[in-house]
Design a protein around this ligand. Structure first.
Ligand SMILES: Nc1ncnc2c1ncn2[C@@H]1O[C@H](COP(=O)(O)OP(=O)(O)OP(=O)(O)O)[C@@H](O)[C@H]1O
Ligand SMILES: [Mg+2]
Length: 240
């Protein structure tokens, strides 16, 4: 197998529930090392639940999840994080009373052989906005800046792969463009990413391949170019 085709993250027939309510139905997906993959789907399709199931925040009741050659379903989120899977939730989580610099320090973990190595200086180059406000407190930043800081703090852990939940959501258009450029740079660095999105245009600008979720099931899989050329599928599953 070539390095490019190596599977880094893989879900096999994952089922997930909130209480008695079944949310995910046999979800299978795969992300290869160095790939940037989109998980698309309308409101309530199960995108966030899928990412939470991979991260151990929702414990899968069926199926299995493998990351970097190990089974991680059933493991605690902190243990999964330690194995190098980063997670940026939909709701930004910065420490409001800490400065940008201090927020980054909270995320610092040892470097890994097989993942890009991040320092605050490299992250300020990736997100120039953050570089201009190192001393600002998290609570005094805009939503887009907080989103960037949350991603940057996750990168301070030198993850092998990152799950990003709707990074473009609620951002002003100019910030969306900056976010897309930062994500393309992460890909150039060799980072593996699985990105949940409702915004097809944004996803198309940054991802190689896409899965579409509908009512908790993967209903479509294609290259991003293939999806963009497939108008019936876009209309049926994404209404665009
Ligand atoms: N904590 C919860 N308890 C019960 N049901 C939930 C919970 N969180 C989500 N759900 C339900 O699970 C389904 C999938 O939700 P999920 O948040 O995964 O969707 P999504 O694709 O991320 O949607 P969005 O685009 O709005 O973020 C929805 O029907 C939602 O109402
Ligand atoms: Mg969601």
């Amino acid at each position: 197998m070539t390095a490019a085709a190596e599977s880094l993250l893989r879900a096999d027939t994952v089922d997930a529930f909130y209480g008695q309510a079944r949310i995910l139905f046999s979800v299978s997906l795969e992300v290869h090392r160095g790939e940037v993959v989109a998980l698309l789907g309308r409101n309530g399709a199960g995108k966030s639940t899928t990412l939470k199931s991979l991260m151990g925040l929702v414990r899968p009741r069926g199926g299995k999840v493998q990351f970097a050659g190990r089974r991680i379903d059933g493991a605690a989120p902190y243990a999964i994080c330690r194995q190098g899977l980063g997670y940026v939730p939909e709701e930004r989580r910065v420490f409001a009373d800490l400065t940008v610099e201090e927020n980054l320090e909270v995320g610092r973990r040892p470097r890994r052989e097989d993942a890009p190595h991040w320092t605050p200086e490299r992250l300020y180059a990736l997100f120039p906005n953050l570089g201009r406000m190192r001393g600002r407190r998290g609570g005094e930043m805009s939503g887009g800046e907080q989103q960037m800081l949350t991603i940057a703090r996750t990168l301070m852990g030198n993850p092998r792969a990152v799950l990003l939940d709707e990074p473009s959501e609620g951002l002003a258009p100019v910030i969306v463009d900056q976010m897309a450029e930062a994500i393309r740079e992460l890909k150039r660095e060799g980072l593996t990413l699985l990105i949940s999105e409702q915004n097809l245009r944004f996803a198309a600008a940054i991802t190689d391949r896409a899965y579409i979720l509908e009512k908790g099931q993967i209903c479509y899989e294609n290259s991003m170019a293939g999806l963009l050329a497939d108008e019936p599928a876009r209309r049926e599953y994404l209404a665009v």
